[in-house]
Ligand binder design. Structure first.
Ligand code: CLF
Ligand code: SF4
Length: 304
């Protein structure tokens, strides 16, 4: 029994290092060698971040400003088939919006379909964490192995300044209650996810004048919960935070240096869009890529 457990642990470690070494976001070395596809299948969201405009992609993981066309799970699998079969460097399939992936059943259906068809691909999800503990079993069941949770605060008095409302299990919370509800769930989720075998990254949006002091505390807690990596993303001033400034490179580097004492820092994030495709920063148009692959297939059929 003991031996079987040890073997299982070794396999899990091997699996984990294989996933990290081929994941463009979790490994600096992998980001120029491997790519990812984001599938925009998740339009609904269950909270309101004050830097987010609903009609754009989820600003917790994506760069706002580009509206994604929402895909059905069937269309999403179709796109994966077209793209993955002509590009073996695409190793990760992520769902990062345009809303919160866990608030949309389409997310789980999409992952399950892809996992059945392509079990070798790494499935990755990014969430605001409100439903993480509630939907963890479903994520694991659908084959998801890497996870990002965006957490911007530890204390409710700070979170209250960042979120307008939270909708949880049929109740709409505002103010301090909303902040407490979200923080409770956000901080419970990562530890449980790590125990369930997922590789976890914590994203934090650096909002000058709001959570500067809080970010090192977030990094400390994230490390304690077993997260592998932290990604501090500079605010893109939009919506209610339009009047704030975007943090400078210097300010970003200073805060990263403070946090790396607790947890490794991601420095190559490109704030992708929810329908990104290819290597990080390439920002290829997924529809165009699909079209190219179809033209390629038809050409092969003609010449063969
Ligand atoms: Fe996508 Fe995010 Fe998975 Fe990567 S992106 S869901 S962890 S596969 Fe990567 Fe893009 Fe930065 Fe996100 S560069 S925005 S960290
Ligand atoms: Fe916007 Fe994402 Fe926040 Fe939802 S979780 S309000 S989509 S930034």
């Amino acid at each position: 029994m003991k031996e079987r457990l040890a073997m299982k642990t070794i396999l899990r470690h091997r699996d984990k290092s294989r996933i990290i070494s081929t994941h463009p976001c979790f490994s600096l070395e992998a980001h120029s060698r491997f790519g990812r596809i984001h599938l925009p299948v998740a339009p609904a969201c269950n909270i309101q971040c004050k830097y987010c405009i609903r009609k754009y992609d989820c600003a917790n993981e994506s760069r706002p400003g580009i509206t994604s066309r929402v895909l059905t799970p069937h269309e999403a699998l179709d796109r994966v088939r077209s793209l993955v079969e002509r590009n073996e460097r695409l190793t990760v399939i992520g769902i990062a919006g345009p809303g919160d992936p866990l608030a949309n059943d389409a997310t789980f259906e999409t992952f399950s379909r892809i996992h059945r068809a392509y079990p070798e691909l790494t499935l990755c999800v990014s969430t605001n964490g409100l439903l993480l503990s509630d939907r963890l079993d479903d994520l694991v069941g659908a084959g998801v192995t890497s996870l990002t949770v965006t957490i911007n605060a530890v204390r409710p008095e700070i979170a209250e300044k960042i979120y307008s409302w939270v909708s949880y299990k049929g109740t709409l919370y505002k103010g301090r209650e909303a902040a407490e509800c979200l923080l409770n769930n956000q901080w419970e989720g990562p530890g449980t996810a790590v125990k369930a075998g997922l590789i976890v990254k914590v994203n934090t949006v650096f909002i000058p004048g709001i959570n500067d002091e809080e970010i090192p505390l977030v990094s400390w807690f994230a490390a304690r919960r077993g997260a592998e990596l932290m990604n501090i993303m500079p605010l893109i001033p939009k919506a209610e935070f339009e009047h704030l400034r975007r943090p400078s490179h210097e300010a970003l580097n200073t805060i990263r240096r403070k946090c790396e004492k607790h947890i490794p820092q991601m420095t190559h994030c490109r704030q992708c869009r929810a329908d990104a495709c290819g290597e990080l920063g390439e920002d290829r148009d997924m529809e165009l890529e699909v079209l190219h692959s179809r033209i390629g297939e038809e050409y092969c059929e003609i010449v063969n």
